[in-house]
Write a protein that binds this ligand. Structure first.
Ligand SMILES: NC(=O)c1ccc[n+]([C@@H]2O[C@H](COP(=O)([O-])OP(=O)(O)OC[C@H]3O[C@@H](n4cnc5c(N)ncnc54)[C@H](OP(=O)(O)O)[C@@H]3O)[C@@H](O)[C@H]2O)c1
Length: 352
């Protein structure tokens, strides 16, 4: 389907979203600085007994009421927008989950919030999780949690290969498969084009042998776009992963139209510029017209902007916060902004 066809299909997509409960599962496990600040600062409406609703709910959980909060019943997982992987037609939900930094833990401790992030992710209809061997122990954490939660079959696990040399590449592929506990893995990408020819050759062999379903390449810098373009033109790829956001819109010029023409699925990384976007809009109101495309937060404003480009298959925001996860998943539900609204969005952000 060409870009126009994809755009027309986008505008037909409608859906609805229910708020998830504010607290669920084992939120009490988290000992990070986020706990005290984030949990109680946002919508912590006082319920008139000396502490806020969230604090009250946390105490309820501590008293053994956790099972009453079932997020899977509170969100409509089937309302999330899906798009096809062009090469196969397989549909994937448009909001995925990044894991750089966020799923790296000290000695596998404090897994409670991450377990809850994964649980809510699936409850909200998400499937694609993106990780990499160089994200600390993230592959181990994901493999263990996904297996513990019995989510292996439901999730689309994407990892990367980043090393030099054929044999080292094969060893890394074996290690990722073992740590993520899934065979075949769903997607493996050459990370930031490191030793790209050798590792693409390794990936093709793995794909032919049935060890991985899809293969691709990634980068997160505009300076690498020429190299990405060359590979997208001259190589058979299932996926390309690149940086795309308000402030890094450059992929729109050549790479996104090229991906649509060549039938390559696109994962958009760094959707919040690794968090910088939130610092820029802090304390600034969303424009009133954001409700017209079902947008309730700055995270959704940013993600919906990205998803409104029809060549984007899936955006992969990273979070270790279960509430942020639900916020992000909301971007995949409801209307997306049209071209005129996207222009207004850019102008509004530039005016802040
Ligand atoms: N070369 C490559 O292949 C490459 C390069 C860069 C990134 N990536 C992939 O793309 C993923 C995403 O990019 P990124 O890690 O740079 O980060 P990002 O998704 O642009 O931003 C993550 C930051 O935003 C915060 N956040 C997330 N949701 C939020 C919400 N709803 N409200 C407020 N804050 C929110 C997170 O903190 P909280 O934890 O507090 O939510 C975190 O600080 C990576 O994790 C990785 O999987 C790949």
């Amino acid at each position: 389907m060409n870009v126009q066809g994809l755009l027309a299909a986008d505008h037909l997509n409608r859906g609805c979203w229910s708020e998830t409960p504010a607290v669920a599962g084992d939120m009490l496990d988290r000992d990070s600085k986020r706990e005290a600040v984030m949990m109680d600062n946002r919508t912590n409406d006082n319920i008139g007994i000396g502490f806020g609703r969230r604090t009250f709910l946390k105490l309820m959980l501590a008293a053994g009421f956790a099972s009453r909060w079932d997020t899977s019943k509170a969100v409509q997982s089937d309302s999330i927008l899906k798009r096809p992987i062009p090469g196969s037609g397989e549909q994937i939900p448009v909001v995925g989950l990044g894991t750089s930094d966020e799923f790296e833990t000290d000695n596998g401790q404090n897994l409670g919030p991450l377990r809850e992030v994964l649980r809510r992710f699936v409850a909200c209809g998400g499937t694609l999780v993106d990780t990499a061997p160089i994200y600390g122990n993230a592959e181990t954490v994901i493999g263990n949690l996904v297996s513990e939660l019995a989510l292996t079959k439901q999730l689309f696990l994407a990892t990367k290969i980043r090393t030099h040399g054929k044999q080292a590449g094969v060893e890394q592929l074996k290690r990722s498969t073992r740590l993520l506990k899934k065979r075949p893995l769903d997607l493996i990408q050459v990370h930031s084009l490191v030793d790209v020819d050798t590792q693409l050759d390794n990936l093709r062999r793995w794909q032919d042998a049935g060890h991985v379903r899809y293969i691709g390449i990634t980068h997160s810098r505009v300076s690498a776009f020429e190299a990405l373009e060359r590979l997208m033109r001259n190589t058979k790829l299932d996926f390309v992963q690149l940086n795309y956001s308000f402030t890094e819109p450059n992929a729109e010029e050549r790479l996104l139209p090229l991906a649509a023409d060549r039938g390559i699925a696109v994962l958009a990384n760094r959707p919040f510029e690794n968090g910088a976007m939130f610092r820029r809009v802090k304390g600034k109101p969303l424009p009133e017209w954001a409700v017209e495309f079902d947008c309730k937060s700055w995270a959704q404003f940013s993600l919906k902007y990205i998803l409104a480009h029809p060549a984007i298959t899936c955006v992969i925001p990273a979070t270790s916060d279960p509430d942020h996860l639900v916020d992000n998943m909301g971007a995949g539900v409801g209307t997306l902004p049209d071209a005129r609204t996207r222009r207004l969005m850019r102008e509004y952000v530039a005016s802040l």
